[in-house]
Design a protein around this ligand. Structure first.
Ligand code: LRH
Ligand code: MN
Ligand code: MN
Length: 424
């Protein structure tokens, strides 16, 4: 579906007066808005190819209509999102869910939509139809060398696909672990995993990164071989300079202090990137910022503080990706909401009075420190985020325009009502 720019322009015209009033008020509330707006314009969040269809749970999947049936259609969907918000200029592929059989054409199509390829993801948590060995008892950790080799080879294959697409990072998430005490020798599982990762690392091009994603639980429920940030950091350290930890917000035990984890990883120069989502209980993969927006803000607060302290470029030095998809929403609307929530948290973090906060911290003024953070969190920054979109040529209200233009209805007319996208 083509979204002509005049439609965005006329949508923006209709909202302009109200927007300008709100922006003027926000400018009076927040210092340095111009700088914040520019940072927001530069900030891009990658869309996962597996989130464009309705996700399911193990209790069922309720597919929506007009889902993308091919990688080409997925790229078109991300292109649509990017046209609407100009903040989703990248796509992250999961292989083999999305195999670029004609990489040149895929790359050209993505470029046509202004999209880059973010991290490529390997999949050794499911058995594929043509696969020789099963991953039932793990992949890179497996006691069987042939199974480890199969998983290593798959990862190297994924790197090759990534190179062809112009990606520059590989995300490895392992479901490896055990469900029962005694099932696994932890030390041997660690050692096997490390050696396997080392072989994958050796296949990385010089300018690539490998992200080691951790997860506390699921599908293994007694132990996970990369179960937390400490284990991920331990692998990343042993692997070398190109290896980093990836933080998926849903992969922690309840009440984990994720913002502190982020701060420490940044300090250790081993934070590689994010999978944004939100949750109430575990890896719920809900829309970013929908349940715990204050936590998302506190994470961005540490990111801005830590990245600035290290002279890092916010837009370029970490991998920003969404990893969320669920059953009950239109996935494209859901992704627009996630991007918006991330931008809001980022804008709020940029608006924190750093000097005042540091001063309060140095003087143990706990009340003032809390006031500073909560003031930033409670100040409405939505007009600044909208202004960044306006300047980038996107829609002032992407979800509203998506509905006005009946995008989903058009996609259903194009692709049909009974479509099932690949993914979980
Ligand atoms: C695992 C995970 C990981 C996978 C994706 C599909 O829960 O977060 O990133 O690659 O979901
Ligand atoms: Mn993830
Ligand atoms: Mn997950």
């Amino acid at each position: 579906m083509l979204l002509e720019s005049y439609k965005i322009a006329s949508h923006n015209d209709s909202l302009l007066k109200g927007h300008e009033n709100k922006l003027a008020f926000t400018r009076s509330e927040i210092a340095g808005t111009e700088e914040i707006i520019q940072k927001l314009v530069d900030f891009q969040i990658a869309i996962p190819s597996w989130a464009l269809g309705t996700g399911g749970t193990r209790f069922g999947r309720f597919a929506g209509g007009g889902e993308p049936r091919t990688l080409e259609e997925k790229i078109e969907d991300v292109g649509l999102l990017h046209t609407l918000n100009k903040a989703s200029g990248a796509i992250s592929l999961h292989i083999p869910w999305d195999i670029p059989t004609d990489p040149k054409a895929i790359r050209a199509l993505a470029a046509q939509h202004g999209l880059k390829f973010d991290a490529v993801n390997s999949n050794t948590f499911q058995d594929q139809a043509d696969q020789e060995h099963t991953y039932k008892f793990g992949s890179l950790q497996n006691v069987n060398k042939a199974i480890r080799k199969q998983a290593i080879d798959h990862n190297i294959e994924v790197i090759k696909h990534g190179i062809e697409l112009g990606s520059d990072s590989l995300t490895v998430w392992l479901s490896d672990g055990s469900c029962f005490p005694g099932q696994l020798n932890f030390r041997k599982a660690y050692q096997n995993t490390l050696e396997s990762l080392q072989e994958i690392y050796a296949a990385l091009p010089d300018d690539w990164k490998i992200f080691v994603e951790y997860k506390a639980f699921e599908p293994n429920f007694y132990s996970m071989t990369v179960g937390d940030w400490g284990q991920s950091l331990s692998y990343a350290r042993k692997l070398g300079d190109k290896a980093y930890t990836l933080v998926d917000l849903g992969h922690h035990l309840p009440n984990a202090n994720i913002e502190q984890i982020v701060s420490l990883l940044l300090m250790e120069e081993k934070l590689g990137g994010f999978h944004f989502n939100d949750s109430k209980y575990g890896d719920d993969d809900l829309t970013a910022g929908s349940v715990k927006p204050y936590q998302l803000f506190l994470i961005f607060n540490e990111l801005v503080e830590g990245m600035d302290a290290r002279g890092m470029n916010h837009a370029k030095d970490l991998g920003w990706m969404i990893d969320a998809s669920h059953n009950v929403k239109d996935p494209l609307e859901d992704l627009l909401q996630s991007v918006e929530a991330i931008m809001i948290a980022y804008a709020q973090a940029l608006s924190v009075d750093r000097k005042a906060l540091e001063d309060a911290q140095e003087n143990n003024d706990v009340v003032r420190a809390q006031e500073i953070l909560q003031n930033a969190f409670r100040t409405d920054v939505r007009a600044i985020v909208a202004e960044a979109r306006l300047r980038a040529g996107a829609a002032l209200n992407p979800v509203a325009l998506y509905r006005e233009l009946k995008v989903r209805e058009n996609l259903i007319a194009e692709r049909g009502l009974k479509t099932v996208s690949t993914g979980l």
